[in-house]
Design a binder for this molecule. Structure first.
Ligand SMILES: C[S@@+](CC[C@H](N)C(=O)[O-])C[C@H]1O[C@@H](n2cnc3c(N)ncnc32)[C@H](O)[C@@H]1O
Length: 245
């Protein structure tokens, strides 16, 4: 029938869109990533075929193989749900899969999901924009891929507003050094949120100068800027918070 490229949101199944939940309930096969949490996968009926193509460290499933699989499945008379963490088009390689399906003449649709770029800051009580404090936010990857141009962190430091970094845990030390070299004050607030909206959620707050040796584990979203000092979670409890300040 067709392939639906569906965003699963940041982890909490309550943050799925209604359309995503409906597609999961009616799918014939679900192809999912490692970052899609167990609580979301639990919504898939038992009779539905599941294929885990999670890209775990050391055992990546090549993107071409995933796209080929989607094309093959999409040619069957079935509803295929391609389930991705957050939003499929935010560092999710959904664009490549959509192109492969389009080139193969397979019908598809894109169902946006709540991206961790906004859900993780929100989980820590951090508004990515705030009147009088930050009028913009930039979402950027901290992951470096051989052969691709790396982010110009020094220029980014001069853009202003909030910087939201995905996949930045491994290189956080050099990223912080580059942002400081680009002009951001060493004391710029940072909030890092790991596994936001799940039972494993951890929030770490520090300064940009301390980011390099802050205890942060993947998957985490790192927020840099004045808004990172906010903690508007007054009615929430249960999330672990550590501070280096
Ligand atoms: C390959 S990117 C995919 C992003 C995803 N498409 C989205 O829109 O959120 C994976 C990165 O997203 C961030 N991420 C995903 N889920 C997260 C969560 N629950 N909490 C914090 N960061 C998360 C982390 O930076 C992780 O390394």
């Amino acid at each position: 029938m067709s392939v639906a490229l569906v965003g699963a949101g940041p982890g909490d199944p309550d943050l799925l869109t209604m359309k995503a939940a409906r597609l999961l309930a009616t799918a014939d096969v679900v192809v999912h990533d490692a970052l899609v949490g167990d609580d979301v996968l639990a919504l898939i009926p038992d009779h539905v075929e599941r294929i885990d193509v999670g890209k775990r460290v050391g055992k990546p499933v090549p993107q071409e193989m995933i796209s080929t699989l989607l094309v093959e499945l999409g040619r069957r008379d079935q509803l295929v749900v391609r389930l991705k963490g957050g939003d499929p088009f935010v560092f999710g390689r959904g664009g490549e899969e959509a192109l492969a399906l389009a080139e193969a003449g397979v019908d598809f649709e894109v169902v946006p999901g709540i991206t961790s770029s906004v859900a993780a800051p929100a989980a820590a009580g951090v508004p990515v924009t705030h009147r009088g404090v930050s009028a913009a936010f930039t979402v950027v990857t901290g992951h470096r891929r051989a052969g691709e141009p790396s982010v110009d962190w020094r220029s980014l430091a001069r853009v202003g507003g909030t910087i939201v970094i995905l996949m930045g845990v491994t290189h956080r030390r050099s990223i912080a050094a580059e942002l400081i070299a680009g002009g951001l004050p060493a004391e710029t607030p940072v909030a890092a949120v790991r596994s936001a909206t799940t039972d494993d959620e951890v929030v770490v707050r520090c300064s940009l100068a301390d980011l390099g040796h802050a205890a942060i584990e993947s998957p985490a979203t790192i927020v840099v800027g004045a808004v990172a000092s906010f903690d508007l979670r007054c009615l929430r409890s249960g999330a672990a918070t550590t501070s280096l300040r």
